[in-house]
Design a binder for this molecule. Structure first.
Ligand SMILES: Nc1ncnc2c1ncn2[C@@H]1O[C@H](COP(=O)(O)OP(=O)(O)OP(=O)(O)O)[C@@H](O)[C@H]1O
Length: 357
């Protein structure tokens, strides 16, 4: 279904390197990564700490340079734009981060913080800004009178609502949500996720939704890209990826999500142990698959050759030499399909509650 929506963001074969020590080769935080966000849809970007999620967000925002590849925003290659051309495109792209305090100046009223992105676009009419501020505050479920208050007058969840309103002030086509709900309690998290989905319906905005949490991704994303050590392991429709992982790393991530039933939790913990220490950035560089040191199904070929991404008949992309055989060898006492996390179930309950309210 998402194919019908035109792309707002196309990241093509992007690589980003960082210098660690002098004369050492660059450390590749992103290695040949591609993904597309379509209008009115949400692409999840998931992976453990250090897998390169924030680096991808920074590359899209123009905060780190790409060594190779391109970033197309609304059809324009942003890696080739001059700073002034980039600024013009700026209103189409906004971001919401984990900590709303980073985007809300504590000494500014909410109204002043919300006005800033519009002023940066050259909009000077106080009336236009006030009208849009009131509309967006209402859209995110806050009283328009909140504009006269300060961030300290609001709870964490309300401050995140204000950050979302601020991100939408310039009617962007793409919003990058970088761990935007990670710091929130489960019920507030569910409210913000529902709000993001509702705003998407109303505004047609596309989200690049960055998270380390599969249950959150499952709740909000139409499609998902799974990153490990800067490389795409698997990508495709969220339901397929989370219910029938084609890559052992995705399987490990799904198993790592908590479940409500303690016995099931114990089985999943035991199954997760087969995948080694959970971190996206621990393994030594090798010419083969980056997941080899943690993969219970790895062969000599996996150690030697980096797997090329292959497109499956269901539309998914997976980079694994052992697909689909590894699934037959998977003896872990936890079902591959139908795995859901306790958080996901709770988030679903909250969604049902809000839909029937
Ligand atoms: N400016 C930098 N200089 C050197 N290395 C960096 C820099 N920024 C990121 N890295 C490294 O790049 C890798 C990817 O980092 P990144 O922050 O993108 O991961 P992440 O998936 O967003 O992790 P987290 O969820 O912990 O934020 C890590 O190994 C990190 O140490």
């Amino acid at each position: 279904m998402t194919q019908e929506h035109p792309p707002v963001l196309e990241v093509r074969n992007i690589s980003v390197g960082f210098g660690r020590r002098r004369r050492e080769p660059l450390f590749r935080a992103l290695d040949d990564v591609s993904l597309t966000v379509r209008r009115g849809t949400t692409m999840g970007l998931v992976g453990e700490s250090g897998s390169g999620k924030s680096t991808l967000a920074k590359a899209v925002l123009g905060l780190v340079p790409a060594q190779s590849g391109s970033v197309h925003l609304l059809g324009q290659d942003t890696t080739r734009l001059s700073p002034s051309e980039r600024r013009k495109l700026g209103s189409s792209l906004q971001a919401v981060f984990q900590d709303p305090n980073n985007s809300l100046n504590p000494s500014y009223t909410v109204g002043r913080s919300l006005a800033e992105p519009m002023k940066a676009q050259g909009i000077r009419s106080q009336q236009t800004i006030a009208r849009r501020t009131a509309k967006l505050l209402e859209d995110v479920g806050l009283d328009p009178a909140s504009a006269a208050k300060y961030p300290r007058d609001f709870s964490g969840g309300q401050r995140q609502r204000i950050s979302i309103a601020r991100a939408l002030m310039t009617e962007p086509q793409l919003v990058i949500c970088d761990e935007s709900v990670s710091a929130l309690d489960l019920s507030v998290k569910a409210q913000i996720l529902n709000l993001l989905a509702d705003l998407q319906d109303g505004h047609g905005v596309g989200y690049l939704f960055i998270s380390h949490d599969m249950s959150v991704v499952r709740h909000i994303c139409h499609d998902v890209t799974v990153l490990y050590r800067g490389q795409v392991m698997e990508a495709g429709p969220t339901r397929l990826v989370t219910h029938e992982p084609a890559h052992p790393y995705t399987r490990a991530l799904v198993l790592a999500a908590p479940v409500a039933n303690p016995q099931a939790q114990q089985r999943r913990r035991a199954a997760t142990a087969a995948y080694g220490r959970m971190s996206g950035a621990t393994a030594e560089a090798s010419s083969g698959c980056p997941f080899v040191p943690r993969c219970p199904f790895a062969t000599d070929q996996c150690r030697r050759e980096r797997p090329e991404p292959q497109t499956l008949t269901d539309g998914r992309v997976v980079a694994c030499h052992r697909y689909p055989e590894w699934r037959q060898e998977d003896r872990a006492d936890a079902p591959l399909s139908g795995v859901t996390s306790g958080d996901a179930d709770e988030l679903d309950n909250q969604r049902l509650k809000s839909e029937t309210a």
